[in-house]
Design a protein around this ligand. Structure first.
Ligand SMILES: O=P(O)(O)OC[C@H]1O[C@H](O[C@H]2O[C@H](CO)[C@@H](O)[C@H](O)[C@H]2O)[C@H](O)[C@@H](O)[C@@H]1O
Length: 292
């Protein structure tokens, strides 16, 4: 953990960027683009944020979403944008109309068994929300945070008889997913496809524990993720003040919006961003951290 990430003044984010650098922007959804709601079905990404992202895209910046949401839900939340999406924590990866699951075989019969066991165990409690996704099941306790230990115990007990499955712990949620997925591997896999040259700088903004693997992957390259290629040093930006591996942080979702607005201003100021990049030499590949 990096116990002293640097606070980014969100309206000055452009000062951290270089017009000699290509950027790929990776964005978490819940807690980063969408405010929290009691019921996951009520969450939305504000249309003003989607318009902002589309404007950034129009300047040649590659943007992808990296989320715990299922692919179908992520697409709905991001509509009408078209962009690569790594959903279900990297299990479902959609790029250029193709979807793959990172080679992981999902036993949907076993998932049904797990889901039913969770439903049965939750019968005595009114305040849980069980979110059913195509390849995972999430047990939410935001409506009654005192149920955290009960939720933990239910999930642990169910997992005892399903060795190929594990738990992702998020904000007021325990989520059972197949083993072997994480956002770091998903980002590196997408970055390899998205970047137009090997010196692209990945920026990842996320708020939750599950985003930490993403920060590590883009900041430390393939030392962190087995079998991944080695990207240029990236920039992890944590949303919130909890301990993080990210080098940078902003305070909350509203500051993410301001930061994105500053990114757009940077793009507008350097309107020919993409063509310039063909001339970038590896020696000019400084990270934003070095440019401050
Ligand atoms: O990776 P993310 O895009 O951050 O998705 C992580 C989980 O987000 C959702 O749960 C969270 O948001 C809910 C709606 O605001 C909230 O009720 C819950 O407490 C949060 O944990 C989503 O429901 C999950 O499927 C995602 O895995």
């Amino acid at each position: 953990m990096n116990l002293s990430p640097i606070y980014i003044q969100p309206n000055n984010f452009a000062d951290y960027l270089s017009n000699q650098q290509e950027y790929c922007l990776f964005l978490d959804i819940d807690g980063t683009l969408a405010n929290f709601t009691l019921n996951p079905k009520d969450s939305v990404i504000p249309s003003s944020t989607l318009v902002l992202l589309q404007k950034i895209q129009s300047h040649g910046v590659k943007i992808a979403a990296i989320t715990g949401r299922s692919l179908i839900e992520a697409k709905q939340m991001l509509s009408p944008m078209t962009l690569p999406i790594a959903a279900t924590h990297g299990l479902e990866i959609a790029f250029d109309d193709e979807t793959d699951n990172d080679g992981i075989t999902i036993d949907t019969t076993e998932l049904s068994t797990i889901r039913q066991a969770i439903i049965d165990s939750c019968t005595p409690y009114n305040d849980f929300i069980i979110e059913t996704k195509p390849y995972s099941v999430a047990l939410h306790y935001r409506q009654n945070p005192t149920l955290a230990d009960v939720a933990d115990s239910i999930v642990s007990t169910v997992l005892d008889s399903h060795a190929d499955w594990t738990v992702k712990v998020g904000k007021y949620v325990f989520e059972i997913v197949p083993k072997g997925i994480n956002k770091g591997a998903a980002i590196l896999s997408l970055l390899e496809k998205m970047q137009t040259n090997e010196t692209s700088c990945a920026i990842f903004i996320g708020d939750d524990v599950t985003d930490e693997a993403g920060f590590v992957a883009i900041q430390e390259g393939n030392g962190a993720i087995e079998n991944a290629f080695s990207p240029a040093t990236g920039m992890g930006i944590k949303v919130g003040t909890e301990p993080t591996c990210a080098h940078y942080y902003v305070n909350d979702i509203s500051e993410v919006t301001v930061l994105l607005q500053s990114f757009l201003t940077f793009c507008q100021t350097h309107a020919t961003l993409a063509p310039d990049l063909a001339a970038v030499s590896p020696t000019t590949n400084k990270t934003a951290r070095h440019l401050i």
